[in-house]
Design a protein. Structure first.
Length: 272
């Protein structure tokens, strides 16, 4: 990373401490969130951003402020509870929060908009078929879901009713994969220009290019060359069954085509 007396990466010719490393006024609000999706590479992205000299990240990876109902039980929201997570990072240019459930949690975008209308939101979208299996595998490993995967996804709607009127945090393996609706909900509260949506594969396969898009979007210096990272990857006891994969491909086919239209992507590999 850049030392305080080394040239600033922005190209100004100044020492870093006299340029982008100099902060006259600490930021008053969090400037960006990594809002989704769970099991989509958000932990890897956060690990890069924790190392950026201009970015301050919280003391925990996932703050879960805007999806915690008790914080919004009254009209007077105590944002000091939120800012407390960032106190060690207040001498940075930008503060960022990496809580991937924000994209999925229905009330979160409006709450974020009320907090900071200028907030920038980053979403990494993973193949919803493999995302669902990875999500279930995490819950299985934590012994929080004892059902086999195919049974879990086929009974998901029934099991998730226990959380109504909220979303289910644990069993929403399939529901979280309908990204287009979640992104449109965000766009109802934020201009498209304040959002950045990337495929998870971009960060995994070409991290330099993906991080360049992200730092340019945030308005900070680019990273030096980096190596791909695979953070919090969990072993699988067995591969997904062909029956479960076919079931999910059929469910997600219209959604994948919708994403292709929204972003001009080619997502054929997600369904083959």
């Amino acid at each position: 990373m850049v030392g305080r007396n080394e040239p600033c990466p922005c190209g100004s010719g100044k020492r870093y401490k006299d340029c982008h490393g100099k902060l006259a006024v600490p930021p008053e609000k969090v400037a960006f969130v990594i809002a989704g999706t769970q099991k989509g590479g958000t932990t890897a992205l956060a690990s890069y951003l924790y190392e950026h000299p201009e970015i301050g990240m919280p003391t925990v990876k996932e703050v879960h402020f805007f999806d915690t109902e008790e914080h919004f039980a009254t009209d007077e929201v105590d944002y000091a509870r939120y800012h407390a997570y960032f106190k060690p990072a207040t001498r940075k240019r930008l503060l960022g929060d990496a809580t991937p459930i924000y994209m999925y949690w229905e009330a979160a975008p409006q709450r974020i908009q009320h907090y900071n209308p200028a907030m920038k939101l980053i979403m990494l979208l993973r193949n919803p078929v493999t995302r669902a299996y990875s999500h279930w595998n995490m819950e299985r490993e934590r012994q929080r879901d004892l059902l086999p995967f195919e049974q879990a996804i086929r009974t998901e709607a029934e099991r998730c009713r226990e959380a109504l009127p909220l979303q289910h945090r644990r069993y929403s393996y399939v529901d979280r994969g309908f990204y287009s609706e979640q992104i449109r909900r965000i766009w109802r509260h934020f201009p498209v220009e304040q959002t950045l949506v990337l495929k998870s594969e971009e960060l995994q396969r070409t991290p330099d290019a993906a991080l360049a898009k992200i730092t340019d979007f945030l308005g900070v210096a680019r990273f030096p060359p980096v190596e791909p990272r695979n953070v919090h990857a969990r072993p699988y006891q067995s591969p997904m069954s062909a029956e479960a994969r076919d079931y999910l491909r059929e469910i997600f086919a219209p959604e994948v085509r919708e994403l292709e239209q929204m972003f001009g992507w080619d997502c054929a590999a997600w369904l083959t």
